[in-house]
Ligand binder design. Structure first.
Ligand code: URA
Length: 433
């Protein structure tokens, strides 16, 4: 049997591992027998040499099985999960999850926190007074069964391999590798117990994948590996060349999600939520076509069923459901300022990552994993791509806890909104399914 050093050398020299070798690497690392510096070396070798199709499946399986696996069998029917690769203003889960649950789906979701310019569902939920993202597994499963929805933080015992490996990749320049991203995302989904997974791969200036080609490769691999491990997987490529909706920042996004569940949300967020929701209803076996699913979802919004499910979900996780009727109960920065357009013209587009960074400068995001976020900080854009503005028109309102945060954030935001003379073509929300 080759030693760990020999396995690293094999990968360094471009050789393929066996399933047993991959399992041994993952197990040794999780058990603490393989130190960080050896895993870091292996990750860099894998980053540079790649992993083949089988190795990626084996790595994903070994990571998923590195800790507890959630057993959702007490929940009837097909359990679905939805995952976004991350973007700016992406509050889709807050809308889609209660929406599909109100139509009979069971959605079991473990979410992450925001890092860098992208937001995280857990931070958004925690901006609701009292909301807890920490549920014991038995309560998580019971809530999915009884209300149709639970969204929690991943426990330390689920996919510990990913927890350790992701932290190491973050500081060793080995994050942007397709096989490593695929194994990281899919292993968490497999350990989370869902039968069917909808993956929303974001593409554009605010996403991890900046071009359609890159996103297509990632989507194809996510689908292949998920299916190889026995899950139904659907992947969509959706636009992140501008923030989704108008709000960027935790409580501000919850407020926009609530408006969307009432049928008063921005067009792009509503369209994305209904389209993704329809796919989830089909995956969950609740409707036979996406058209039927979309009709059911729109009806749920119109009749107030979606909002009712949102309230039940919030209350079940300790939050104050009254926020759904009175969004002034959500935190909001003490001070606000308006950023205006410097010249007249059409909004050509955004440096969407820059918009996310501006929200971070206001206090809405974190630079390091242990930074705290200000739930009431963020910004609300007044414009979308293609809108006409005159010099001096508002382009965004910024919220923070103190005025000192405004200067850097306003300048970052101003530089991230591009105004030009001609009206640009509107990019479709969905690039590909
Ligand atoms: N998201 C993940 O969960 N893992 C990655 O590797 C990249 C994005």
């Amino acid at each position: 049997m080759d030693s760990i050093v020999e396995l690293i050398e094999h990968k360094r020299d471009g050789q393929a591992h066996s399933a047993e070798e991959i399992e041994r690497l993952v197990r040794s690392y999780v058990d603490g027998d393989m130190p960080d510096y050896q895993m870091a070396a292996w990750l860099m070798a894998a980053f540079l040499r790649g992993l083949d199709a089988d190795e990626t499946v084996w790595l994903t399986k070994a990571m998923a099985e590195s800790g507890d696996m959630v057993d959702l069998s007490p929940v009837p029917g097909i359990k679905v999960d939805k995952h976004s690769t991350g973007g700016v203003g992406d509050k889709t889960t807050l809308v889609v999850a209660p929406l599909v649950a109100s139509c009979g789906a069971h959605i079991a979701k473990m979410s992450g926190r925001g890092l860098g310019h992208t937001g995280g569902t857990l931070d958004k939920l925690e901006s609701i007074p009292g909301f807890s993202v920490f549920l014991p597994i038995e309560r998580f499963v019971a809530q999915v069964r009884d209300i149709g929805i639970a969204v929690v933080a991943q426990s330390d015992d689920i996919d510990p391999a990913d927890k350790k490996m992701y932290a190491l990749r973050d500081v060793t320049g080995t994050v942007p590798s397709v096989p490593l991203i695929v194994s990281s995302i899919i292993s968490k989904k497999i350990a989370g117990g869902a039968d069917a997974i909808l993956l929303d791969v974001k593409v554009g200036s605010g996403a991890f994948m900046k071009t359609d080609d890159e996103a297509r490769v990632l989507a194809a691999e996510l689908t292949r590996v998920g299916q190889a491990l026995g899950r139904k997987v659907v992947c969509v490529l959706s636009d992140m060349d501008q923030p989704l909706g108008h709000a960027v920042g935790n409580a501000l996004e919850v407020c926009e999600a609530i408006r969307t569940l009432k049928g008063e949300g921005p067009e792009d967020l509503t369209q994305l939520a209904v389209a993704l929701g329809a796919k989830l209803l089909v995956l969950g076996g609740l409707v036979s076509s996406e058209d039927a699913g979309a009709r059911m979802l729109r009806e749920s919004i119109e009749t107030g069923k979606a909002l009712h499910t949102f309230k039940r979900w919030v209350a079940a996780q300790g939050g104050d459901p009254a926020v759904a009727d009175d969004t002034s109960l959500l935190p909001l920065g003490n001070v606000a300022t308006v950023v205006t357009a410097e010249k007249s013209g059409y909004i050509q587009g955004f440096d969407t990552e820059g918009v996310g960074r501006a929200a971070m400068l206001l206090g809405a995001g974190r630079e390091k994993a242990d930074d705290t976020v200000d739930p009431g900080a963020g910004l609300v854009l007044s414009v979308k791509t293609g809108d006409r503005v005159a010099a001096g028109d508002p382009i965004a309102t910024l919220y923070a806890s103190c005025e000192e945060r405004f200067e850097a954030a306003a300048s970052r935001l101003g530089a991230s909104v591009h105004v030009g003379d001609t009206r640009p073509a509107r990019a479709p929300l969905f690039r590909e399914v």
